[in-house]
Design a protein around this ligand. Structure first.
Ligand code: SAH
Length: 248
């Protein structure tokens, strides 16, 4: 999709929406607390339908792809991909989430420190080729696991603090291999009615974050309001973008 030219009104509206959420901050401890209290409404027991629908576009004929899951939680999508012969690296601050992922999927795992990231641990199931790093995402880099052939970003860019989006995008771009296919799920809703997280991310910002080094295609835009009536929203759109490095 190419972005249509913005009217001055639309641009002013986007700027004001982004300013309103710019200082929203969820501390890492608050996420860990949510896991401790089982306040994890974002977790889905089934493989995400937009990943399923677009998986062929992500794989693009490749087998044995290395997938990166930023802010992975205990997403069952990781097992689904590993069962198909791909490998998965995830990053998640909550140790409870990581242990639950392996336990709920009946997988054994090892646990070791990560010398390059003080305080971090990596939990691995070698048979399925899944490695989950328990650390702050911003302490992860391409020196730890190299570059990735695919990224599935669901409830991740929309979960990070809005003021950290440039830092987040720069990290994601630095993790992309030349042939990387990055599937990004964003949400659009009326910010006057719900404050987030998840935070809304306008398509224009997807372009400003990734457009200088990547091509961006809007693959799907779905009305997902049915799931979100209890947030008092009148509109809730889920957009899925395919982002690929321009150098490829
Ligand atoms: N992608 C997962 C989880 C989304 S919720 C899914 O689809 O289910 C966001 C997750 O990111 C939470 O589990 C939270 O604990 C984790 N998280 C938030 N900020 C983080 C950070 N800076 N570093 C690592 N994990 C973080």
């Amino acid at each position: 999709m190419s972005c249509s030219p913005l009217t001055a009104d639309r641009q002013a509206n986007i700027t004001s929406m982004l300013e309103q959420q710019a200082d929203r901050v969820m501390a890492l401890g608050e996420w860990e607390e949510r896991w401790q209290q089982n306040k994890i409404g974002f977790h889905q027991p089934e493989v995400h339908k937009m990943l399923k629908k677009n998986i062929d576009k992500v794989l693009n004929g490749r087998t044995g792809v290395r997938f990166f899951f930023p802010l992975c939680g205990k997403a069952v999508d990781m097992k689904w991909l590993a069962d198909m012969g791909h490998s998965v690296v995830g990053v998640e601050i909550s140790e409870k989430a990581i242990r639950q992922f392996f336990e709920e999927n009946n997988m054994t795992y090892t646990e070791e420190p990560v010398p390059a990231i003080p305080g971090a641990k990596v939990y691995k199931n070698s048979e399925k080729n899944i490695s989950l790093y328990q650390c702050n995402l911003y302490n992860f880099s391409n020196s730890i696991e190299g570059h990735f052939g695919a990224i599935w970003d669901r409830a991740s860019l929309v979960a990070v603090n809005p003021g950290d989006r440039e830092k987040y995008a720069a990290l994601i771009i630095s993790l992309m291999a030349n042939d990387c296919r990055y599937l990004l799920d964003t949400l659009l809703y009326n910010h006057d009615l719900y404050q987030g997280p998840p935070f809304f991310v306008p398509d224009e910002q997807v372009h400003s974050l990734f457009g200088s080094s990547c091509g961006i295609e809007l693959l799907q835009s779905e009305d997902a309001l049915v799931d979100k009536r209890n947030w008092g929203l009148d509109k809730f759109l889920e957009n899925v973008h395919l982002i690929t490095p321009k150098s490829n």
